[in-house]
Ligand binder design. Structure first.
Ligand SMILES: NC(=O)c1ccc[n+]([C@@H]2O[C@H](COP(=O)([O-])OP(=O)(O)OC[C@H]3O[C@@H](n4cnc5c(N)ncnc54)[C@H](OP(=O)(O)O)[C@@H]3O)[C@@H](O)[C@H]2O)c1
Length: 233
């Protein structure tokens, strides 16, 4: 087997960082993407190939490494307007929000994968989506549309890039947004109550699923939910 070189987008923090570290722990080569050289990023446990790209901007060129696998982890999540409140000014804002989400969550990952594959055929692509990719909540339209489109892109790329395997992991919330410990505990409890398994997932649950799909030789075009059965309730 040739040495794996995995490009992880959004590798500077949180889930992306944990995926990059898991690859490093296996002795693999990692291309660690971040938005810009000024993005906050603590040192990794082993050397990585740094690569910066603000995904709202045109692709600056490909990393100087022969990438074999890609994990599309970086994403934009911004709350928008609940449409009951939309006035003329808000329509313009909401349109721009949708364009930003489609740019970062769909077009930029699409271009990266297609250009890497054209340069040298990839073995696998795993995209991080969201368990809410096919359900909507008022105020989250732009994000949700971009995630639903991401699921379509994964299936399309699976057909186009074969024999490369292209799949997605769709996590439930594993890192709650609130920082206050009491509020956080409350949020975790609420999330756990909505799962079949009765607990909130962990970053490691997501990392394991990403590596499983990255290494699976006969799975392609699949969206694997890692949400403790949350969508069933
Ligand atoms: N956390 C959860 O509970 C959860 C739940 C469901 C789905 N997910 C999905 O899992 C993935 C990782 O989640 P997370 O919470 O770790 O993500 P996060 O904290 O929101 O981090 C997003 C990453 O995306 C990068 N990014 C954002 N905008 C960018 C841009 N314009 N150009 C380049 N990079 C950009 C950031 O890079 P910089 O740091 O360099 O700015 C950051 O590393 C995401 O796709 C998310 O939607 C997460």
């Amino acid at each position: 087997m040739t040495q794996r070189t995995t490009l992880v987008t959004g590798a500077s923090r949180r889930i992306g960082r944990a995926i990059a570290e898991a690859c490093l722990a296996r002795g693999e080569t990692v291309v660690a993407h971040r938005r810009s050289a000024t993005s906050e990023c603590a040192p990794f446990s082993a050397p990585v190939i740094d690569w910066c790209w603000d995904m709202t901007q045109p692709l600056p060129g490909l990393p100087a490494a022969q990438v074999t696998d890609v994990v599309l982890n970086a994403s934009l999540f911004e709350r928008g307007y609940a449409w009951g409140a939309l006035g003329a000014a808000e329509v313009g804002d909401e349109r721009e929000r949708l364009e930003r989400h489609l740019r970062v969550n769909l077009l930029a990952p699409w271009e990266l994968v297609v250009r890497l594959h054209a340069q040298h055929p990839l073995r696998s692509v795993v995209m991080l989506l969201d368990t809410y990719l096919d359900r909507s909540f008022a105020g989250h339209a732009a994000y949700q549309v971009s995630r639903a489109a991401g699921a379509g892109m994964v299936r399309a790329l699976a057909a186009e890039l074969a024999p490369a395997c292209v799949n997605a992991v769709a996590p439930g919330t594993v890192l709650p947004s609130v920082r206050d410990p009491a509020e956080r505990a409350e949020q975790e409890e609420a999330i756990a109550a909505r799962t079949v398994l009765g607990r909130m997932g962990s970053v490691d649950d997501v990392v394991q699923a990403v590596l499983y799909l990255r290494d699976a030789a006969y799975i392609t075009g699949e969206i694997l939910r890692v949400d403790g059965g949350r969508f069933k309730l």
